[in-house]
Design a protein around this ligand. Structure first.
Ligand code: BJW
Length: 229
């Protein structure tokens, strides 16, 4: 069985990382989705760097939870037949042991040089404008996908969606495209689709089945069900 799992901020919430659109979602009084734009970066790069520097620092203080670990267990069983496409820029899937992960919105622990186009592993701050390890110039930005930019790996995702026997969405509001359209794409091919989310999402009605609850309960139970049956 080939499975594609799409994850969003909800899967990391119980590790202590805030989501974008839940009730307590403000950062320093700003809507985080308004900070995550090329326009915000052009207007106030210090503010945007601070947002990502704080999140990068927070990543060092959190651990994968039972939902990340359950997907890593599924990865052990399915190998190349599983692809986890995450909208998250944290590395909690990898730290839990998942090997087949695609970060469609980029990665927090990566810096992208807008001068030479190199990407460098990065765990520190970018706000103090450090030099690019490749070209030495101070033009590193967070290696993440903002609104209006093209998500990573779209061809690989389309192939995996086309090949999947099951599409599962975990902890995402279904507001942001193209990820929000994956369920319609899968459903149009007759693929079974399952949503695991705390609340109803914008796309809940498009799924074959929708289960409500915290990811740390729903995901391990679903993985047990899949591997047991
Ligand atoms: C739990 C839980 C628990 C809580 N257990 N669940 C008009 C119509 C259609 C599209 C557009 C339009 N105008 C513009 C667009 C395109 C635009 C878009 O979608 N805009 C919409 C807002 C309308 N999209 C883009 O611009 C994208 N690019 C693009 O389309 O390029 C064109 C192209 C596509 C394909 C091929 C070629 C070209 C880029 C989108 C980039 C999004 N970037 C961000 C920031 C990334 C960096 C960062 O992290 O800072 O990505 S924004 C933000 O939203 C982030 C997230 O990945 C993304 C999705 O959020 P997510 O994960 O769903 O989080 P929340 O907070 O929304 O939801 C959490 C959910 O979890 C909730 O449902 C809770 O209930 C649940 N939950 N606790 C289980 N414990």
């Amino acid at each position: 069985m080939r499975v594609l799992v799409l994850t969003g901020a909800g899967i990391s919430a119980e590790s202590g990382l805030p989501t974008f659109r839940d009730a307590d979602g403000l950062w320093e009084g700003h809507d985080p989705t308004a900070v995550a734009t090329p326009e915000a970066y052009a207007a106030d790069p210090d503010l945007v760097h601070r947002f990502y520097d704080e999140r990068r620092a927070a990543l060092a203080r959190v651990e994968p939870n039972a939902a990340h670990r359950a997907l890593a267990r599924l990865d052990q069983h399915l190998g190349d037949d599983l692809l986890v496409v995450t909208q998250n820029i944290d590395d909690l899937h990898e730290r839990a042991g998942s090997r087949h992960v695609l970060h469609m919105h980029g990665r927090l622990r990566s810096a992208w040089c807008t001068a030479c186009d190199e990407r460098s592993h990065w765990t520190g701050s970018l706000g103090d404008r450090p030099p690019c390890p490749a070209c030495g110039r101070p033009y590193l930005r967070p290696d993440v996908v903002w609104f209006g930019e093209v998500p990573h790996g779209m061809e690989q995702i389309e192939r995996a969606l086309w090949a999947a026997d099951l599409f599962v969405s975990v902890g995402t509001s279904g507001v942001v495209y193209p990820a929000a359209a994956f369920v319609q794409y899968a459903a149009a091919q007759g693929t079974r689709t399952l949503e695991l989310n705390l609340d109803a999402s914008d796309t809940s009605d498009d799924f074959t089945e929708s289960r409500r609850g915290p990811a740390t309960s729903l995901v391990p139970a679903w993985v047990d069900e899949l591997l047991g049956g």
